[in-house]
Write a protein that binds this ligand. Structure first.
Ligand code: CAA
Length: 250
């Protein structure tokens, strides 16, 4: 909480497609929002911050390589000292390195596992103490429909996103008595740079498998995150909310 009694929300991958929509939704809920960005993308992040300032959003930005434990620790230390303790954490940073397993390199495996799964440990590890002490916390891990159903060409990504479900449920149990909820959201295919990178014919074939016949807009994911992090959402923990247009029903 900061001096204005605003709860502080940190969104890793906050300047990305889904991350931006989450930052906007949480700010609209009255949160003080900090967007984490990948350090080499500093200039992009600054441009992002300026653009939203013109629209009246006063976002903070922080550099953090979420695949690295020490970088995550330093970032949270700096945030706590300059802005305040994080009340709401959204683990949203993620990458793809799609390849069939027979062609996948160890580097493509490692980078996806480290960025999409180790990151949840690296970042969450440094907020649980203060959230438990304050008796309030909201943690949301952005997983994927492909962590539930698997996806051709995504052994690395599907494994990492499935891992987030186990992580969510374990940490939810550890923090349940402390007023801290831990949940995951599993988006389907969302219109972002990540899905723009899928070859067009493959993308068209995927959309045909979605009963709603279209991709999600980032706002449709962000709305669910704002529901999970709402102060009034006090009894839902260890849950996974699929937001996939009916692509995979659980
Ligand atoms: N199911 C079954 N077979 C498939 C298939 C599928 N979905 N896709 C391709 N194949 C077959 C092809 O027909 C081909 O068969 P033949 O060898 O008999 O011709 C074989 O598999 C190899 O296919 P490609 O030649 O296309 O292989 P490639 O190496 O060039 O490309 C790929 C493979 C990179 C995985 C490509 O298909 C691809 O990009 N797929 C999309 C993967 C995907 O959905 N990524 C999601 C990114 S967005 C995201 O991750 C966000 C989120 O959370 C949803």
């Amino acid at each position: 909480m900061n001096m204005n009694n605003q709860k502080i929300a940190l969104v890793t991958g906050g300047t990305g497609g889904i991350g931006t929509a989450i930052c906007l939704a949480l700010a609209d809920q009255g949160r003080k929002v900090i967007a984490g960005y990948f350090p080499p993308e500093k200039e992009l992040a600054e441009t992002w911050q300026q653009k939203h300032k013109l629209d009246g959003y006063d976002f903070e930005i922080v550099a953090c390589d979420v695949s690295d434990f020490e970088s995550s620790q330093k970032m949270l230390h700096d945030v706590e000292n300059t802005i305040g303790a994080v009340d709401i954490l959204v683990n949203c940073a993620g990458i793809t390195r799609d390849k069939t397993l027979r062609q996948m390199t160890p580097d493509q495996w490692d980078s996806v596992l480290r960025t999409n799964l180790d990151s949840a440990f690296n970042v969450t590890r440094h907020v649980v103490e203060s959230m438990s002490q304050n008796g309030f916390g909201r943690i949301v891990n952005i997983s994927s429909v492909n962590g539930q159903k698997g996806q051709f060409g995504q052994a690395n990504y599907s494994a990492a996103k499935a891992g987030l479900h186990g992580f969510t449920k374990a940490v939810a149990q550890e923090l349940a008595a402390k007023g801290v909820t831990v949940n995951s959201v599993s988006p389907g295919y969302v219109k972002t740079d990540m899905t723009d990178a899928i070859p067009e014919d493959v993308r068209d074939a995927i959309i045909q498998q979605v009963p709603m016949g279209r991709m999600a807009l980032p706002d449709e994911i962000a709305y669910v995150v704002s529901f999970l992090t709402d102060d009034r959402n006090t009894y839902m923990t260890g849950a996974n909310l699929p937001v996939n247009g009916g692509m995979y029903m659980t």
